[in-house]
Design a protein around this ligand. Sequence first.
Ligand SMILES: Nc1nc2c(ncn2[C@@H]2O[C@H](COP(=O)(O)OP(=O)(O)OP(=O)(O)O)[C@@H](O)[C@H]2O)c(=O)[nH]1
Ligand SMILES: [Mg+2]
Length: 499
Amino acid sequence: MSNAPDFHLDDELEATDDWDDPEDGEEFESGLSDSWPDEPDPEDLTTGELDLAERHQLRRVASLRTELEDITEVEYRQLRLERVVLVGVWTEGTVEDAENSMAELALLAETAGSEVLDAIYQRRQSPDPATYIGRGKVEGLAEIVKASGADTVICDGELAPSQLRNLEDRTKVKVVDRTALILDIFAQHAKSKEGQAQVELAQLNYMKQRLRGWGGNLSRQVGGRVAGGAGIGGRGPGETKIETDRRRINTKIAKLRRELKEMKGTRDTKRQERRRNHIPSVSIAGYTNAGKSSLLNRLTDAGVLVEDALFATLDPTTRRTTTADGRVYTMSDTVGFVRHLPHQLVEAFRSTLEEVADSDLILHVVDGSHPDPEGQIAAVREVFSEIGVVDVPELVIINKADAADPMVIARLRQREPHSVVVSAKTGEGIAEALKVIEGELPRPGVEFKALLPYDRGDLINRLHQHGEIESMEHTGEGTIVVGRANEDLAGELEAYAVG
Ligand SMILES: Nc1nc2c(ncn2[C@@H]2O[C@H](COP(=O)(O)OP(=O)(O)OP(=O)(O)O)[C@@H](O)[C@H]2O)c(=O)[nH]1
Ligand SMILES: [Mg+2]
């Protein structure tokens, strides 16, 4: 289990098997919730107690029967999607668009570790509210599932719990949606503590929304419990199981948010330091698998992971690098985007994504060899606007020139005149790209002319790194330097200013 580092769901399930199986066939018995220990305010607990509380919290969620158990499995285990059938509903666009979308779903499924046996899609005005695909098509799907020996169906959208449930009832296999699939890939790929916490937060939010969907169903309320001051916050009568679960999930979400805030604090400090030193920052952003990490490696020898897989990179990497004339700047690679990036992920990764919004230049990498590069550009810009990217200069980097159709490249160049064409693989176009990037970096604001004595070599070094030197002339008294510097540095130079 690569996701949910703090949880051991399988253990929990085993431990709770006995009381998790009501023999009378009732899905929920009224006494069930009484087997849950009341918990004190999490703020008052020691670490060990917190861990324990967390386990209980999870056990509570995990032990739910009916839909929630399915959701829990989707959330906290690797999907173990072995042999899958893909299902899509296409409401607008061309057949080609529909097939691209299914091809992407297939790549996502493979990235999650499954084998795609079949893919079907249906053109409809809108998805069926009960069964996603048309009710009449469900039998056909069930037959395909049976004939192919699939164990899972993946739907190309975000489905309501009832839609998943209905499809599961009819196909007799597990049904998951695209959002759960993407969350699962993220969970498998998250390595840093921050990345793992972000993914977990997204998963809990996904789960919470599903709880809300069942909230109105009275049959799922736990009857007979009049807590009267007992339990978290001393809730009164009328409390439903759903509400208890939501509360527990909320507690966990609050804890994760607190942790993430702390981690963000560390990153903010680093960022402020860069700001203080006026070090320009360049963000590499773009559709997943476009070649962002490859480009960072090409441009800075960063040595970051490159993989022909979706969402290979989750944790941002920042590298310090220099322009041809020695100015220091940073370049960062970050998580890739995808069409309909689940909003739970956008929300959870907001602090990571904010760095893109906060940079001085965005390199928007697009895979020129992809069947629909324009669609990818549009999807990426949608995420840009969602994370508040405004007024950041954007340079489009058309990548994979070695593999792309020259006609497509010409078409892209025309649509995106502010672009460069490169191949991170062969190195083609990289030198030109660097020149354009360097030209777009913000320039230090203050012009100066100074006579620096020979014992102020330190200032000249700093000018090389953080300023722009137009000319240098060595004289008997020192070096006459003309150029531009940021305000702090220019302030220090003032003592040596010459007309
Ligand atoms: N032919 C070709 N393949 C490339 C080029 N650049 C990258 N690739 C391949 O494209 C795949 C994805 O590259 P990455 O650099 O991991 O892409 P990414 O944008 O960082 O992807 P994620 O982190 O998964 O979002 C890898 O198999 C690379 O080898 C290129 O210029 N030409
Ligand atoms: Mg990457």
